[in-house]
Design a protein around this ligand. Sequence first.
Ligand code: URA
Length: 216
Amino acid sequence: MKQDPRFPNLFITDHPLIQHKLSHMRAKDTSTRTFRDLLKEITLLMGYEITRDLPLTTRTIETPLMTIDAPVIAGRKLAIVPILRAGIGMSDGLLDLVPSARVGHIGVFRDPETHQPVEYLVRLPDTVERTFILCDPMVATGNSAVHAVDVLKKRGVTDEQIIFLALVAAPEGITVFQKAHPGVKIYCASLDSHLNDHAYIVPGLGDAGDRIFGTK
Ligand code: URA
């Protein structure tokens, strides 16, 4: 896991398999189907990394040979919350990893003029004692990411209960996110160069939602 001295709460998963798959996703002639499959594969690999610190407890089980106190994941329940619509491309991979997780949804679109998030849907499971994994492949301006964390915090969820999972981030977006929510950890596979005049990440991979769903 790599870090950038400017962003103490940003963790960059620099595993070679993740980087290799991301390069394929960036290529403009990669098909919708391959793009979607790669995003799911990367999310699985990133999910493996971000769940590394989940606390363990033990449960007594009987193997065919003897009784042991075997390690199992402790206490806290997980919720996966994709930010619609591109976040759905990541929640599938996470659900394969943690099939018993609850799934919430936060629907936000970016006003094309102001680039500000406009909320149109929020559905969440109960928040007590739950870890929330918010996912959205692109953290560009950071406004949607900040908004999604605001939604959780308004329901009493604390910084420590939230993990933000992205694929590609822009320094501008991480700056905004970190200023608004300095206590929330954010993971991505790449911190790219900058945003262009249309708030697209450069070099990026284009519009993640369009590439996942094959829309224009
Ligand atoms: N959203 C995307 O899908 N791509 C970008 O580059 C920026 C925001």
